[in-house]
Write a protein of this length. Sequence first.
Length: 127
Amino acid sequence: MTGLASATSADGTPREGATLSTDLVGNSGIVVQTTATLTTSSVAAKFYPQVSNDGTNWFDLKQPQAPAQVAVATGTGSPVTTLTALIIDASVKSFPYFRCNATLAGAATDPADVTAVIYRWTDGFQV
């Protein structure tokens, strides 16, 4: 399921991911496939998984991954693409809603600096 279509964002402005009902997710949890293609040499991308009880108030989901695993390399003046899979274990089902946001930060972003997110799971129903 597409969490965020590939697009750019203003410096430091989070792009809010699509809301996923965890009722759709089986007992294996979620894998969040992230893609960042960065050209601007001082821009970095970060991905923020979140959970919610009501779909309105969101909590950052702290992962066992080190911060370096959710922040991706900066651009070099030429496009640099980083692909990362964030593992969200089955405890995510203790909240009814999940999403993953993306932020570009560090300098004025260029239209070529883009992020994208796809939600995947292995059992239950995948859209």
